[in-house]
Design a protein. Structure first.
Length: 170
């Protein structure tokens, strides 16, 4: 079973998905896997058959070989139980939901950005726009010397109300 699983790995497809920063780690992992596969292939897939008749003829102890054969045939090494496939499948389903949410959110962001681009393209070019036009289009960003005067360079960090040393209301 494990031999088939290792042979079924598509290393080329995996290598395409590995980022450049992880290529060395991937190569080390593949080398370790190849070494394991080579060591595993040194041994036969099934244990060699025992010639019980030979031992029955050559061992003088009565019923010793029969007893040993019975115990040998009854003994089996269980293949480790697969405890992780179900966890991986569950995690994959969770990630697929997150991916769908991300795709939906990204599509909404793209749609909003396209609307904003369309809005900007419909505006007057900034080279032809007056300060009043700019204030009408972008009231939050435009300078308003009457209702909200500012000092040069008109950025929030240099305004008196944002100075931590200045008392409130001055």
């Amino acid at each position: 079973m494990s031999r088939r699983a290792i042979k079924a790995i598509n290393w080329a497809a995996l290598a395409e998905r590995v980022p450049e920063t992880e290529k060395a780690a991937f190569a080390a992992f593949k080398a370790k896997s190849d070494q394991y596969l080579q060591r595993m292939n040194l041994y036969p897939e099934a244990p060699p058959k025992i010639d019980w008749t030979f031992y029955k003829k050559n061992i003088a102890v009565p019923d010793f070989v029969d007893k040993f054969q019975k115990e040998y045939d009854a003994y089996s090494v269980p293949y480790p139980a697969d405890k992780y496939t179900s966890l991986i499948d569950t995690k994959e389903k969770e990630l697929l939901v997150k991916i769908e949410e991300f795709v939906e959110q990204s599509n909404n962001n793209i749609s909003n950005a396209q609307k904003e681009i369309k809005k900007i393209k419909s505006l007057l070019p900034f080279s032809e726009m007056t300060m009043e036009d700019f204030r009408d289009i972008y009231p939050e960003e435009a300078l308003d010397p009457i209702n909200k005067p500012t000092i040069w360079p008109h950025t929030p960090d240099v305004q008196p109300e944002n100075d931590p040393g200045m008392p409130k209301g001055h």
